[in-house]
Unconditional design. Structure first.
Length: 158
């Protein structure tokens, strides 16, 4: 009898934990983007999903924090750094429009179908605007794979 009570208690705890994770994930995706907010890119785009979409053997996802003016970022690679690493950054601050204007210059190719507007800058960097969020995918040689990562982030944000 005690064994059944213990199993029931463990199932109850597991159920609460699963619902708590789901609620936290939903909150992260539905918080308004008007002001800068804390967004964990590594949570929005888990390493396994980044590996699948990029075609790279990623095994690590390291938060980069608010590096170089971004609200949040994540660096993906594998344990021995032999993969083509990629950094994915998000800015949800009030600087987004200014940042877009600063980077939207030079040898670029406009992209349709990725957020509200997007471009590839020929230096292996994709920038996409979605609502009030600016997404940067930097480091992959493939524009298509960079687009896939940006679309996954956009989907997770909305």
């Amino acid at each position: 009898m005690k064994k059944y009570a213990l199993v029931a208690a463990l199932l109850l705890v597991a159920s609460f934990a699963a619902h708590a994770d789901q609620a936290a994930s939903t909150t992260a995706r539905t918080t308004p983007t008007g002001a800068a907010r804390s967004t964990d890119v590594c949570t929005l785009l888990p390493v396994a999903q980044a590996a699948q979409l990029s075609g790279q053997p990623y095994t690590t996802a390291a938060p980069t924090g608010s590096a170089e003016g971004w609200t949040s970022g994540c660096a993906y690679n594998n344990d021995d750094a032999t993969a083509q690493g990629v950094n994915v950054n998000i800015d949800t601050s009030d600087r987004v429009a200014n940042t877009w204007n600063l980077v939207h210059t030079g040898n670029i190719s406009e992209i349709s179908g990725v957020g509200d507007k997007a471009f590839w800058d020929k230096d292996n960097t994709l920038y996409a605007m979605s609502g009030k969020a600016l997404i940067q995918v930097n480091g992959l040689e493939s524009q298509g794979r960079s687009e896939a990562l940006a679309k996954a982030i956009i989907h997770a944000l909305h």
